[in-house]
Design a protein around this ligand. Structure first.
Ligand SMILES: C[S@@+](CC[C@H](N)C(=O)[O-])C[C@H]1O[C@@H](n2cnc3c(N)ncnc32)[C@H](O)[C@@H]1O
Length: 214
């Protein structure tokens, strides 16, 4: 069963209502965009996979970055487009991470809270592809849910590819990426309609290997 066979998850209803179910951009994204450690150049080219309501894509486009954002949900894409002001360098389109067409190499890729919904083996293949489409020295910010707490019943049918604790970090390490930050924590989440969830999360900020010196 894939995500498109599922009944509407709560976030699609929120996208249609015009509300933002996931709040503000994540702290790591804000820090990196503000020039923390000078990892991201102004005007960098960014890909946001599974962009949802656009909390990262819209924020980064407003900060002057060039942003590509896609989501499997047409409601998400409609929400992002409706909230994009003229003049932003922001392209939003509907696509499944498994098979999405990407024309570019990116400086920064964000995949926040979505990879555990892409069934294996597509999940790891897609992650390898995202790494391959990142410039040397480019940055990934990735947050995934792990299986250390059983998923909430309303989301269990969607959380088909939960990571084991540390699996995300190991995957990037094995690919030769530098792990700049790793976090493992439990998110106590409350969404519109009083929906409460506890999500065990692994999150990283990682840098792509620089090209070998001649
Ligand atoms: C929990 S929401 C998080 C949204 C956003 N990344 C954020 O952090 O605010 C997960 C999003 O991933 C999208 N999604 C799930 N599976 C996907 C897939 N295979 N390809 C693209 N987007 C997907 C969903 O439609 C949803 O908008």
């Amino acid at each position: 069963m894939t995500i498109s066979d599922q009944p509407d998850p709560f976030w699609n209803r929120a996208y249609r209502d015009g509300s933002s179910p996931f709040g503000k951009p994540s702290e790591e994204v804000v820090r990196l965009a503000a020039g923390d450690r000078e990892l991201i150049a102004k005007g960098a080219r960014i890909l946001v996979a599974g962009c949802g309501d656009g909390r990262h894509a819209l924020y980064l486009a407003k900060e002057g970055f060039v942003v590509d954002a896609f989501d499997i949900s047409p409601d998400a894409v409609a929400h992002v487009r409706a909230n994009a002001t003229p003049g932003l360098h922001l392209r939003a389109w509907q696509a499944d991470l498994d098979g999405v067409e990407l024309a570019d190499q990116y400086d920064w890729v964000i995949a926040h809270g979505m990879l555990h919904m892409v069934p294996d083996p597509a999940r790891d293949k897609a992650m390898a592809r995202l790494r391959a489409q990142t410039h040397p020295g480019g940055i990934h910010v990735v947050a995934v849910f792990t299986d250390t707490i059983p998923p909430p019943p309303d989301l269990a049918p969607l959380h088909v590819a939960l990571f084991s604790e540390g699996e995300l970090f190991e995957q990037y390490r094995a690919a030769g990426w530098e792990l700049l930050e790793t976090r493992s924590y439990v998110l106590e989440d409350e969404h519109p309609g009083g929906i409460r969830h506890r999500h065990p999360i692994n999150k990283l900020v990682a840098r792509a290997p620089a090209p070998a010196l001649p």
